[in-house]
Design a protein around this ligand. Structure first.
Ligand code: G6P
Length: 596
């Protein structure tokens, strides 16, 4: 993953540091910065959060050139040596890189055989070690040509006033204004500083100085159109909340309501009508992590409304031998719009003629730009690594999209009463989403769960999809082992793990499934396991003894499971805080996964 920044202009260190803070969601194992001050490099590196770098940096108001990096470790341990920037042997060239160089071992061996010495294990160091003294465009291009893999690269020399750049598969954007140039892995760093920016395409490279940017592709100079920054300056603060995660959970209601309004706009109606003109025969929902879990629920809704739909993990897509043609609708779900595995499938589906619809929260993301059609989640910046409001937004968007597609596909023909009714009444019923529910009960459950080493989540139907996400949330931020499974699958293996050291969270959002949940919990209780029931259903008193705790959650209308989703997010959050973890920045993870 990682985030990279380059800067030419006044207050170089300050701008690089502020940029790094914005890109920290891409990795926070270590960070580093190198600036060229009067032909000499100043380098600062630190382990952990970007803020650890601040008291090391010597800030300088004068004009300067620099590059910086925030790291999510792929090759080599989390050490200062492996932190970027990386240097040529003579330390005259510094490089930052986002991506993975797949042939770095071959390249490294070759260089070692030529007597080149390495100080670390990073694949990026191999790029830097190809340089000496200075960088020319020819030399830069010849090194880039040797690389196999993914990269956004920035390189500076202490003998020049240029930043060299190259891009393949990893995102890179450039902004230029009044003798100031900025490079970044995403455009959030440009807000409030620039009005326009360039999006680099794969295979493009070149260099910039304070007055101009020269772009090349296939050894030829090219000219590029710039894009305008339309977004307002968006600063995200925690407000009254201790963590972004809790704040973002509390924003879910507003986010859901916005989607409800958005889906009913004429813009979305036109978009869906355009898609429907293609006589869609098959729908695939594609994503990773929480986005995939949201797609699972979306798939159920598409099927409910008569579509042939499947949900596929982006990282597994290529192994599924999936047939795609111009009647296949491929729906890509991604909060960031930058997830490598998801974008890779997008490219594949495009080459096969699939109709690609992106559902994303980031307006200028690669997914937004590459999709044929785009639905914006408009959930606002999501800072916490574990997705909460964006996941909920994805669920709501997918479900409403399925309903609206069905409605519009009937042209002027009115849907049968049941479906039409759902569409018309949805708004009112959705407003039952309750974000303040059961706060003290949920905290108490979190206290209870935090004492266990093993937590299972069970459900049936859509409750299994919700269980998957609840379990993911818990393990991401509490570091407790957790597994989700369909309740009737317990007896096919997992029961062997159940004893008094385990707790199971049983989820039930449909009255007709409560019996199955009760019998599954009986099987768990019989083996000494603890069970917590999270339900919107009524349960007869005689069955209370099957559960160690029962949390009654209010229904949220037609999507009656939404309040359960929010409760599970809160449970995970409280467990993390009880264990004194930082839920916003869990260990070993990053918000945007831009590597395979
Ligand atoms: C990472 C994040 C998850 C997210 C997943 C997919 O693993 O930690 O929260 O669900 O990536 O990200 P995307 O931006 O594609 O939704």
């Amino acid at each position: 993953m990682c985030g990279i920044i380059g800067y030419i202009g006044f207050e170089c260190e300050k701008n690089l540091y502020e940029g790094l803070k914005k890109l920290e969601y891409r990795g926070y194992d270590s960070s580093g910065m190198t600036t060229n001050r009067d032909g000499k490099f100043n380098t600062y590196k630190s382990i952990g959060r970007v803020e650890n770098l601040s008291n090391k940096i010597i800030f300088n108001n004068k004009n300067g050139i620099g590059i910086a990096h925030t790291r999510w470790a792929t090759h080599g341990n989390v050490t200062l040596q492996n932190a970027h920037p990386h240097f040529s042997e003579d330390e005259k060239i510094a490089i930052v890189h986002n991506g993975i160089i797949e042939n770095y071992i071959d390249l490294k061996e070759k260089l070692i055989s030529q007597g080149v010495k390495f100080y670390g294990e990073s694949d990026t160091e191999v790029i830097a070690k190809h340089f000496k003294k200075d960088i020319s465009l020819e030399k830069f291009k010849s090194v880039i040509d040797k690389l196999k893999g993914t990269y956004a690269i920035l390189a500076i020399s202490c003998n020049s006033d240029k930043i060299f750049f190259a891009k393949n598969k990893s995102p890179l954007y450039i902004a230029l204004d009044k003798e100031t140039v900025m490079f970044s892995s995403d455009i959030s760093c440009f807000f409030g500083k620039f009005d326009k920016f360039y999006t680099l395409e794969d295979g493009e490279y070149g260099f910039a100085d304070k007055n101009s940017i020269i772009f090349y592709k296939n050894s030829k100079k090219i000219s590029k159109q710039c894009n305008e920054i339309k977004s307002k300056l968006c600063i995200s603060s925690k407000g009254r909340f201790k963590h972004f995660m809790l704040k973002e959970i509390f924003e879910s209601k507003k986010v859901g309501n916005n989607i409800l309004k958005y889906i009913q706009t004429s813009k979305v109606t036109k978009l869906i009508n355009d898609i429907l003109k293609n006589d869609i025969e098959k729908i695939y929902l594609i994503g990773c992590g929480s986005a995939y879990n949201a797609g699972l629920i979306g798939k159920r809704f598409f099927r409910l409304y008569g579509y042939d739909a499947d949900c596929i993990l982006a990282s597994e897509f290529e192994h599924e031998n999936i047939f795609i043609n111009n009647k296949t609708l491929c729906i890509f779900i991604s909060q960031s719009g930058e997830t490598y595995d998801t974008l890779k499938v997008l490219d594949l589906c495009k080459t096969k003629g699939g109709i690609c619809l992106g559902i994303t929260n980031v307006e200028y993301s690669t997914l937004s730009q590459k999709s044929d059609y785009l639905l914006s989640l408009n959930a606002g910046v999501e800072k916490a690594v574990a997705s909460t409001k964006a996941y909920l937004a994805q669920v709501v968007m997918c479900c409403l999209l399925a309903i609206k597609m069905k409605y519009l596909s009937y042209d002027n023909y009115i849907l049968d009463n049941k479906n039409y009714d759902i569409y018309k009444r949805f708004g009112k019923e959705y407003y039952n989403l309750d974000i303040n529910l059961n706060e003290s009960n949920l905290k108490e459950i979190a206290e209870f769960i935090s004492c266990f080493k093993y937590v299972f989540y069970i459900g049936k139907g859509v409750d299994y999809d919700i269980a998957l996400e609840g379990s993911l949330k818990l393990k991401e931020i509490s570091y407790i082992f957790s597994l989700a499974l369909p309740c009737l699958e317990l007896k096919h293996g997992t029961l062997a793990l159940i004893d008094e050291n385990t707790v199971t969270i049983a989820i039930c959002s449909e009255q007709n499934l409560i019996d199955k949940i009760i019998s599954s919990s009986q099987e768990i209780k019989a083996r000494g396991g603890k069970v917590i029931l999270l339900t919107i259903c009524d349960i007869e008193e005689q069955y209370n003894k099957n559960f160690d705790r029962i949390i009654k959650v209010s229904s949220s209308g037609k999507l009656n499971f939404l309040n359960i989703i929010i409760s599970l997010q809160k449970i995970a959050y409280y467990v993390a805080t009880i264990k004194c973890n930082n839920p916003d920045m869990p260990k070993n993870l990053a918000k945007s996964v831009t590597v395979e």
